[in-house]
Design a binder for this molecule. Structure first.
Ligand code: FAD
Ligand code: SF4
Length: 475
């Protein structure tokens, strides 16, 4: 058997994790990370393909083959540098990217065995770098000046799109200021994705890295209220602005009972628990309703994060109610496995029609059974209600996680800015909007998507902003 055939047969490394019974009692990270020995073993599975098609699956085109080779040589710091050439937030992507739909889906090893665990290796080098405290290198950067004046660029929103764009602009030599509405930077990474999947210390570490490139972050600054984009450009002389305000406005179902006490949007539920630390109330100021029975509506990452948070807050029964089947769930496969192991009860092919209350508080949720019909515009089979199949489930809390859209606060403050029907900013593939000098990217353009796509948009826009500033040409 030749070396390549041997490699194909080696099983993929298994990431150690907290046992389900233990982890539902705490908010600590579920997955514990690979040891150096495991990471090197896994890296040796990589075939070092002549045409590494895994890279085609990565929206920011990390040189996957090279960083894996460096791990196999135990050159972990160099491996991290290799990733950082394209990705400013590797410890985050290594944890939350849907690799099974991206790089790992393309990996040739996946044809005959499990693909190389690219995401887990990415996480390993980022964490290893932190442990060794080797990644403290500040970037050498030239500064763009126009005469004696440094050229200023602004980014609105400190989520993954904004942070990536800012990091790239800093590398290109610009003075960059990020304006962030909340009192903490990170966007969904800090207020949405729970600690047990993405520890806040990891996000803070990556933000420090972006700051170490010279990026300034101004918190508690709601652009559209505190200042407008026109003021930033005309009065404060920012040459170009990147809008990355995300999709933070939750959708509701518009069914009776949604205004009862005990009904939350996933956004509020997760923000209370994550950002405002309601899970340790009264040690922190913000409360959250702790309930025995909780229903979470939806089938994506947001719904799973809410359900698993409810479990950790002490709920005995957490029902995840989804109108399609398991195969159609948009959540990451790994997270679905984790949620099942933690005892989340999945109710497929059901949809709420009413929330029933008593004394102003949620008492039950009325659902109707669904069946799957023709394929709809999303490419999935359309759920159709089955007449007369209504049934009630007793619950005290309902969390709506059926999607979120753009907040109009900022967009409505930019005169003439072109939006689509859903209120997302219209931008071309380079992030250019119809307003000269104003770029946009991430969820505010694409609608709710993924961390890596937001980062990709931030990266592309930064380079286009550079071109615009240098040439002055627009569209
Ligand atoms: P955001 O992360 O939303 O950041 C926008 C930032 O802009 C926020 O900090 C906001 O406060 C700020 N802002 C808004 N308005 C203003 C204003 N007027 N002035 C100043 N600042 C403003 N994706 C994955 O890839 N994997 C996952 O596992 C995953 N899980 C998720 C779980 C949850 C609970 C949620 C909600 C999303 C999840 N996603 C996941 C999606 C992913 O987080 C988003 O696609 C990504 O964060 C979008 O990045 P962004 O930078 O465009 O916006
Ligand atoms: Fe390695 Fe898979 Fe990429 Fe080939 S496709 S270089 S095996 S990670």
């Amino acid at each position: 058997m030749n070396n390549e055939n041997k490699k194909i047969k080696i099983p993929r490394v298994k990431m150690p994790e907290q046992p389900a019974g233990d982890r539902i009692k705490n908010f600590k990270e579920v997955e514990l990370g690979l040891s150096e020995h495991q990471a090197v073993e896994e890296s040796l599975r990589c075939l070092q393909c002549k045409k590494p098609i895994c890279i085609d699956g990565c929206p920011v085109e990390i040189d996957i083959k090279s960083f894996i080779k460096l791990i196999s040589e135990k050159e972990h710091k160099k491996a991290l540098d290799k990733i950082r050439e394209k990705n400013a937030l590797p410890a985050i992507c290594g944890r939350v990217c849907p690799q099974e739909d991206q790089c790992e889906k393309k990996c040739v090893l996946g044809i005959k065995n499990d693909p190389v665990a690219i995401g887990k290796l990415e996480r390993f080098v980022s964490d290893f770098g932190e442990k060794e405290k080797k990644d403290k290198n500040k970037l050498e950067k030239s500064t763009h000046t126009s005469g004696d004046i440094v050229i200023k660029t602004a980014v609105i929103g400190a989520g993954p799109a904004g942070l990536t764009c800012a990091g790239e602009l800093a590398k290109l030599g610009y003075e960059v200021t990020i304006f962030e509405a909340l009192h903490k930077a990170g966007g969904v990474l800090i207020y949405g994705i729970p600690e047990f999947r993405l520890p806040k210390s990891v996000v803070e570490r990556e933000i420090e890295y972006v700051k170490s490139m010279g990026v300034e972050i101004i918190l508690n600054s709601v652009i559209g209220k505190t200042l407008t984009v026109d003021e930033l450009m005309d009065k404060y002389r920012y040459k170009s602005v990147f809008v990355a305000t995300g999709a933070g406005l939750p959708y509701f179902m518009d069914i009776p009972g949604e205004n009862l006490n005990g009904v939350y949007s996933a956004n509020e539920y997760l923000t209370r628990s994550n950002l405002m630390k309601a899970y340790i109330f009264p040690n922190w100021d913000t409360p959250i309703k702790k309930a025995r029975k909780v229903a979470v509506i939806g089938g994506g990452n947001v719904a799973l994060d809410s359900a698993r948070t409810a479990k950790r807050l002490g709920a005995e029964n957490v029902y995840l109610i989804y109108r399609r089947g398991e195969a159609e769930m948009p959540a990451r496969i790994e997270e679905i496995h984790h949620a099942k192991a933690e005892g989340i009860e999945m109710i497929f092919l059901a949809n709420p029609v009413e929330i029933i209350g008593e004394n102003g508080w949620v008492k039950k949720i009325r659902c109707i059974k669904m069946e799957l019909g023709e394929i709809d515009s999303s490419g999935r089979r359309r759920p159709v209600p089955l007449k007369g199949s209504e049934h009630d489930i007793e619950v005290e809390v309902v969390v709506m996680a059926i999607g979120q859209g753009p907040n109009p606060l900022l967009t409505s403050s930019i005169p003439g800015l072109k939006l689509n029907k859903k209120g997302n900013i219209e931008a071309d593939e380079a992030g250019r909007t119809n307003k000269k000098g104003v770029f946009a990217g991430g969820d505010i353009v694409s609608g709710a998507a993924t961390v890596i796509l937001a980062m990709g948009a931030g990266r592309v826009a930064a380079h286009c902003m550079d071109e615009y500033i240098k040439t002055g040409s627009w569209l």
